[in-house]
Design a protein around this ligand. Sequence first.
Ligand SMILES: [Zn+2]
Length: 586
Amino acid sequence: MGKIPENILNEIQDRCDIVEVISNYISLKPSGRNFKACCPFHHEKTPSFVVSPDKQIYHCFGCNSGGNVFNFIKEYEKMDFIDAVKMLAEKTGVKLPEYKSHDDQDSSVVSTLYSINDIAVNYYSNFLEKAGSSSDVKRYIVKRGLDAVVLKKFRVGYADSSWKALIDYLSGRGVKQDMILKAGLVTKGKDGAYYDLFRNRIIFPIFDARDKVVGFGARVMDEAMPKYINSPETAIYKKGLHLYGLNFAKANIKEKNFAIITEGYLDVMTCHQYGVANSIASLGTALTTEQIRLLKRYTHNVVMLYDADQAGEMASLRGLDLFLEEGMNVKIATLEKGHDPDSFLRKFGREKFDTAINKSKSLFTYKLDILKNKFDKRDPESKAEIIKEMLSTIYKVKNAIVKAEYIRLLSYELSVKEDAVWEELKKIKDKRPSDFNRSKQDVKRPIEISPAEKILTRLMLEDINVVKIVKDELKPSDFRNHDIRNIAEALFLIDTDGGLIDVGRLINSMENKVPQNVVSFIVNEEVDIKDKEKNVCDCIMSIKKENRSRLLKDIQSRLDIAQKSGYEEEEKRLLEEFNQIIKKGV
Ligand SMILES: [Zn+2]
């Protein structure tokens, strides 16, 4: 759990309500004292995801994910625990102390990489400024029509054809060679020497959403191949996690409540130059779930801007289903043939561009149009093909009303009975290989705890007085389940007179010893325990009995071996042990 002090975690928890935090991501419905929803971590139709405002924890009884508010953010945003804490600290205005992540070395590497990137950005952009107006890079920039303001804003730079210029520059500033390698700025040659990775290229720094440079993209200025090279993955740069330009666009995206997603660096820069300040790029062809979730913090509406060449590609359309899975609205805008956003804006200007954006079609309409062009919709087999392809998208629409409307439209467009389309949809539901695999992967190990241990722990978690009783009767090692043992250990250490135990906090205090979902599982399970006192006694007794009979069985089997092997002394000792346990009773 890193080294964030428990009191800080508690302070953050005190200032945010888990129901409110989770409501920002999914819609929760009240259910008794708790709230319920369909689980965001696995695919389901009936809600088994429970949030308890009293205990400030959540649990899904379908896939067994659960924990406190930090665990939710961590899982949902696919962040490190520490980043989840940071995010909530920011929201709640709690100041985090300077801390070192996993270990001191890690965090110092990370901060060194950021500062190396900063130095490199300055180096490259100085180089660009100094380049003569007849240089390749300046001519390229003029050709692409990029103005000085946008170049400066995106901190564009230039690497000349030297093999060692950046290394020498960084070394001269005291940066160690192995750190330059870790920053992904150099490659190791066959001779073992380091060389600059980017040569003779225009350099686009890649920022994270907080304005920090995490990596670089570099493009040639002629037709040489490869056209682009990017930083390799480093401790601070992972492919598919960032959206290019989001740091500059996020405020405008929030304001306009939609984002325009383009293909590449130059599209984004040209868009911003023309005042289209809500444009970003995916940095790669297919968007990832992580990127979509990142964007979802600012808007739920996306316009994909395709050029005419890629517009008809079914494969790139299928990728857009991910937006629907994340509950986002996605529309598609196309530009005239032969144009990308960059060339289009420069030729036709902003107004025509806005018109193209305003004319964007929903994924449903767009896809159906393509399919209708591709297949003859009078032919029954083709019809079935269109419906199958459309249903794979409709299936992913989260909103039931929108879904029903699409089904209605689809049956109307193809003159098919609506019932038949619904029936086909049902078939998809029954066998979705991709979804099936995913949810299977997401489902956590089943939690196997004997009823007595489960009920007793539940009762302990509810009342410190029960803890006191159990503590007198059982040792942590008396519990069979390893996690329960650790929970008992933590509970036995609690030193308060108050009745209620703050489960959300307890999860913090147990560090990584107990999976958070085990605690939330025990606490959130809806069982009505009537006679508490009797239940406590019964459970303690049952655990003792179980342990006793297990112990006796164990001795018995060792006794058998001793007898068969003729170890008389051992036999005698075991017999004595056996009799003593019998005599002692439970
Ligand atoms: Zn679940």
